[in-house]
Design a protein around this ligand. Sequence first.
Ligand SMILES: Cc1ncc(COP(=O)(O)O)c(C=O)c1O
Length: 472
Amino acid sequence: MATPTQAFFDGFANADLVEADKAHYMHGYHVFDEHREQGALNIVAGEGAYIYDTAGNRFLDAVGGMWCTNIGLGREEMALAIADQVRKLAYANPFCDMANNVAIDLCKKLASLAPGDLDHVFLTTGGSTAVDTAYRLIQYYQNCRGKPEKKHVIARYNAYHGSTTLCMQIGNKAADRVPEFDYGNERIHHISNPNPYRAPQGMNEEQFVDYLIAEFEDKILSIGADKVAAFFAEPIMGSGGVIIPPAGYLKRMWEVCQTYDILFVADEVVTSFGRLGTFFASEALFGVQPDIITTAKGLTSAYLPLGACIFSERIWKVIDEPGKGRCFTHGFTYSGHPVCCTAALKNIEIIERENLLAHVNDVGGYLEQRLATLRELPLVGDVRCKKLMACVEFVADKRSKALFPEALNIGEKIHTKAQARGLLVRPMVHLNVMSPPLIITRAQVDEIVETLRECILEVADELSLAGQYAGQ
Ligand SMILES: Cc1ncc(COP(=O)(O)O)c(C=O)c1O
């Protein structure tokens, strides 16, 4: 869409969006008290890396929606492609013996982009259903190959793998495990995440990797290697706080998986489709050839919902054994939706045509350099950034790395000040997380970093004045 006009925003002057939102719309991660009192920021337009609220206030969206608006909002050619597909074929049954040409084209394209022999694709409705599909596929595979005991899964603390009941068991963010929900699955286990900033005291990076590998092997052996089916890992953990693993970690974890016949599931819902300057990160950046990759988000740049579980020839050969009369009783009404698949194909075409991967490698490197300059500021304990995945972690004491009390909500304080200056950075308790669209420019990177700098300094002053920060 072209830059929205004042007349467009005038149309919302009398709209009762705030009250209607409070009355009827339960959000993901709905914070009841806050929403009841303050409502939400209602967004009505988007163009490139910017979004606009009802009053016409413009925000530089350094969060990229939710790690997902990769090619940027409001692209006319995407609108035309989607409209054209709606006219041609808005839906076709994807089950059993029916397919549609667009889903077929997309699966073929994904197989060509995915590393190694990941040639088989199950299309889903988003990231959570891709992770769910991966889990069910693993069960199916183990049963088909006569290993019904080999069903246990290992994942990491602080991982986020989606919001279905199963995904929430595989993921394990302390903040998500609220007492009002039930958790616990005896076949799902967790080990430490590879956050160098929070490595046990006195360990250098190499020792930390050795420690993590030993922990993984111990966990496998304590469960029984013949019982462990899969390891789930985001190559860089996103919602858990942009945790960039130390050199060699992911590859060594993968090697352990190979030793014990454990499938490596790379959850690339965030890290694929350009965010790290590659279509997929596992192999290109970490030298890991996964057995399964899950993806979503940047797959369509969020123009329409879609996800995929992409898996290996090795798995396919086992489940597709001729003459067994098997049926994979798993599927979604909207698997392979032709309009969503059109959006994915157009999105990939744009990423390729505009050389966005090369752009991310350039501008992402610049973001890494510029954000690192915030390290010297008060409150800033750590700055983590790999291409267009970034976060700033705030601490009460730089030496001990002690956090502020959660109730102080430091990330929220900084986010609120940034929002007032026209910048969105996602608050997550003691973090601000960023994942700007791939089209972000160097000038916009400067704006993000300088605005953050001002906000951090202001919050540090306010906390000092209130006696809540000693300034270490
Ligand atoms: C790594 C990862 N996996 C899975 C999901 C779930 O994806 P969705 O919200 O599309 O279901 C997310 C969402 O943020 C994610 O970050």
